[in-house]
Design a protein. Structure first.
Length: 136
């Protein structure tokens, strides 16, 4: 089975997680910093090629009342771009994923303010794990 990449999307950096080949466990991978979206797309394509990935799970930032917002519109456009680059895309509700990541870090006595990239990569892993658990 091919692995799956999970994404916690941001406007200048993206947390990336990856599943195991059995699609059971999500693991934090890296944070991609970018200035232009084309750079992000190229970075994701490179990771996908190296890790044998064709599927992306992107965190979908709905408001707490399930309504869409400016960021969901950006994700919708990004989804289309990635589909044009031959990726299969799934959107996963990401509400509170960053807060859950911070909670995990605090439990391990890791400061969240100085480790924002760790929050992003853990949030990506949480988003992907949520998707994997739901698909079991």
């Amino acid at each position: 089975m091919r692995r799956i990449i999970g994404i916690d999307f941001g406007l200048s950096k993206v947390g990336v997680a990856i599943s195991d080949s059995s699609r059971i466990i999500s693991m934090p991978l890296e944070v991609i910093r970018y200035k232009e979206q084309k750079d992000l797309v190229e970075s994701l394509k490179k990771i996908a090629l190296e890790k044998n990935v064709k599927t992306l799970v992107i965190g979908y930032p709905l408001n707490m009342n399930y309504k869409e917002n400016n960021m969901t519109e950006i994700i919708d456009k990004f989804k289309i771009i990635m589909e044009k680059n031959d990726f299969e895309i799934y959107l996963e509700d990401e509400r509170l994923s960053s807060e859950y990541a911070k909670k995990i870090m605090r439990q391990q006595n890791i400061k969240t303010g100085k480790n924002k990239e760790m929050v992003d990569v853990l949030a990506a892993s949480i988003i992907l794990q949520t998707y994997l658990d739901r698909k079991k």
